[in-house]
Design a protein around this ligand. Structure first.
Ligand code: VAH
Length: 321
């Protein structure tokens, strides 16, 4: 059986659906820090704070968990506002997952991030092996996490696999509003474009970041986890890339569908975080080792997001009538 920690977060919502589809809903145990709201109790769910190692071990044993997708954690923006909590959850949570994986011989997915890159990392075609000197607490926990994963893989033979995910663009499902990330603009902008025809962006128009559609990110995770272990040569975390674009390029692509959409810019503390990251990433190692390839480019992301949100809006409208 599969346990997903942080299953109600931005990435978790999409990943859980894909895992349920592939392995069956009864084999996917969701979990999160807070009790779920009153929506359908159809699917298995456990309240779990990942810093509670004993409760994690109890859930793993009681529900014959053999694989953990460990998504629980604080993202970059929230992590800068609460650095101590970010360290505690992101590091101690991961350590608990790796400890139970070692004792129960579990397989683990760990999401790292382009946030591991910092001021001295080459900004274009960032190599797989390079300088990682992040300036955010979130990035520091991700570099540490990658090294912890490599240690457990090499020292204890734990089958833990990881991807350095770019900014993820996906539908904010009913329970996963943007979770305090610096790349959340690329999600919020779609809702604002449809609802108010205008958006105030917290990054400057020329800010260019590596991004990926949620459908591509979920497929990358599943393909990584289903690859033969002999193909997994990077035991810290694989660079994976899809598209890189500036905020202005995203706005222009949305305006092709919504000509009257306007975006204004009010950079805040997240601009410094974005400026510390890279613009494009070399993911040739992931493509060579386990056959990674992206499918959604910018125009496909924009048309798919707008179409999905339009149909969500029609559904909600229908429900209200
Ligand atoms: C964040 N979405 O913004 C996450 C991610 C590369 C960005 O790590 O913090």
């Amino acid at each position: 059986n599969i346990l997903v920690t942080g299953s109600r977060g931005q990435l978790g919502s999409d990943l859980v659906v894909a895992l349920q589809r592939r392995y069956g809903t009864t084999h996917v145990m969701e979990s999160g820090r807070s009790p779920r709201s009153e929506e359908s109790k159809l699917f298995p769910y456990k309240v779990l704070d990942v810093t509670d190692g004993r409760r994690l071990e109890k859930i793993v044993k009681r529900h014959q968990i053999d694989t953990i997708y460990h998504l629980a954690g604080l993202l970059s923006a929230k992590g800068e506002r609460e650095p101590d909590r970010c360290w505690d959850i992101n590091i101690n949570g991961l350590k608990n997952v790796l400890e139970v994986a070692k004792s129960e011989r579990l397989k683990v997915f760990y999401p790292s991030s382009i946030a591991v890159f910092g001021a001295h990392t080459p900004k274009l075609d960032t190599p797989q092996m390079t300088v990682t000197d992040p300036s955010t607490m979130y990035g520091i926990t991700k570099v540490t996490g990658e090294l912890l994963c490599q240690y457990y893989a090499q020292r204890f033979g734990v089958d833990v696999r990881s991807l350095r995910l770019p900014g993820i663009i996906g539908i904010i499902s009913y329970n996963a509003p943007p979770g305090g990330g610096t790349t959340d603009f690329a999600v919020e902008i779609f809702y604002a474009a449809l609802q108010q025809r205008t958006y105030t962006c917290f990054l400057r128009p020329e800010t260019r970041l590596p991004m990926m559609y949620a459908a591509d990110a979920v497929r990358a995770i599943l393909e990584l986890m289903e690859a033969d272990l002999s193909a997994i040569k990077v035991r810290t975390s694989y660079n994976v890339a899809a598209v890189s674009f500036s905020v202005a390029e995203l706005v222009a692509e949305i305006q092709k569908h919504l000509p009257e959409f306007a975006c204004e810019y009010k950079p805040d503390f997240r601009q410094a975080i974005a400026d510390s990251w890279v613009c494009t990433v070399d993911d040739s190692k992931a493509r060579a080792d386990w056959g990674w390839h992206h499918t959604y480019d910018l125009s496909a992301i924009v048309s798919d997001m707008l179409a999905k949100l339009e149909s969500l809006k029609r559904e909600q409208g229908a429900r209200k009538r």
